[in-house]
Design a protein around this ligand. Sequence first.
Ligand code: ACO
Length: 515
Amino acid sequence: MLAKTGLLVISNPQQIGKVLPSIQKHVKTTIYIQLLSALTEPLGSFQPAMYNTWPKFSKTIYNIYFQAAKHCSNLDVKILLSGLKNNIPKIITQHPIELVVFDNEHSQSDIDNFISTKIQNITKKYDVLTINSGKSNTTDDVGNNNQRICKHAVLGGTFDRLHTAHKFLLSEAALRATEKITIGVTDEKMIQSKILWELIEDIEVRVRNVTDFLKDVCPELECSVVPISDPFGPAIVDPTMEVIVVSKETVRGGEKINEIRVEKGLKPLDIVPVELIDEPNPHPNEEVKISSSTIRKRLLGTVIHPIQPKDGIPKHPYVIGLTGGIASGKSGVTRWLSELDVLIINCDIVGHESYKPGKPCYQLIVEHFGKAVLASDGEINRKALGEIVFKDPEQMQALNRLVWPAIAEEVDKLIRASDKNVVVVEAAVLLTAGWEKRCHEVWTTLVPREEAINRLITRNKLMEEQAKSRIDAQPPNTFYVKNSNVVLCPLWEPEYTREQVRRAWKLLQERIASR
Ligand SMILES: CC(=O)SCCNC(=O)CCNC(=O)[C@H](O)C(C)(C)COP(=O)(O)OP(=O)(O)OC[C@H]1O[C@@H](n2cnc3c(N)ncnc32)[C@H](O)[C@@H]1OP(=O)(O)O
């Protein structure tokens, strides 16, 4: 049976790479890791960690997280630190343990004794497993070069989708602090230059995840997790802070904090840079280190908001509403979708058809906007009409009221007549029109605002100001993301968009098959 939460008790951390690949066959969500040498008897041979020597565990912790990223990236891995810092009588975890795994043979009585005396939060019915990692090696733990211990350590970051590199950074700070750590978490203002920032978790979620992690791995430490709206946060004002933990890439940020502290008459912080953790299987388009932006990129094409069943629409065909801001690459996505077995309905084209002479909306538009929107051949001059409505929201609403019912009717007709299993309805303002109710799920495209502006300037030959005002007249990307099930980002080379579309399509087929 797959346990939700497991505890892996290791006596041989250097062989962890042999144990972790098997763990995911037995554990579904969380695996706590306890270094046996950090425990008092039974089983553990605890030599109380000397004050000032805790950072020596840093290398071991790095290696375990490194191997975890490689072998069980789908699990929430947490290395418990309490035992390393204090003589702990019991292993305390927030989640109840359903499976205890040892990396070495122990007698049944030792195991029973260990479980009954050492693990506080364990389910009534639990399993025990031994995954023998081979000959035990001694730990030649060299740790971080900087062995500084302090009362109060600080660090900062975005901490989106807490990953192994974040966990290592937080653990390094927790190992060094005897009393307190403060963690600054960037708020919405600070994240907007990041790749796919619209997919970054809400600040409340990020703060909660950091807090929960630290509560789990080092419950005795006082932890203050605070939102920050500049790169410095409390680190430039708090005299009690002594050490700042940074990644190798952000040492400059630590130095800047120290410059400001010195200007303010505060003692500079001891800067402790930690190693980055490599991404085990980077795509050519991804960073070589483990990073939240890679995780966000991998979300493209997957379901990011659960799909709620919709009443009132036929089960067949399965309708996808494809939307996205102006110049966000909807047509790039439909180009790749058209390689698949799908009917694509482009509502812009349906709209254009609806006001051809003799069609239902022609007369309505002429009556409302006057002859100024007619071309010399008597057709509606869309450029002229666009110039009126794109700069005047009231006129845009008027045009929408005139043409949306006709477009909706025609789209319904096309869906009913289709012999395909999947129909994609591409509509720029699908969500504003409330047409998500007509679709089984909603997909959105997005590109950064600057990219959309550039595309409007080069593709639509708009002046920069015109491009900006068109974009600003529409809801922001965050609105589309919030109201969509799947997000696609055609920002990079076309082949990468195609990959996203293929992933979305494959997962869609699985969803449809499981209905
Ligand atoms: C619910 C729906 O989404 S239906 C599809 C969208 N159509 C409508 O809402 C009908 C009203 N719009 C129109 O009649 C035309 O777009 C006009 C007359 C305003 C402009 O026509 P054209 O100059 O030919 O431009 P076109 O129709 O290609 O639209 C230009 C861009 O504005 C978007 N757009 C169209 N209508 C709207 C609208 N009501 N609100 C915001 N954006 C819109 C288009 O999707 C297109 O986006 P893209 O550049 O990312 O492809």
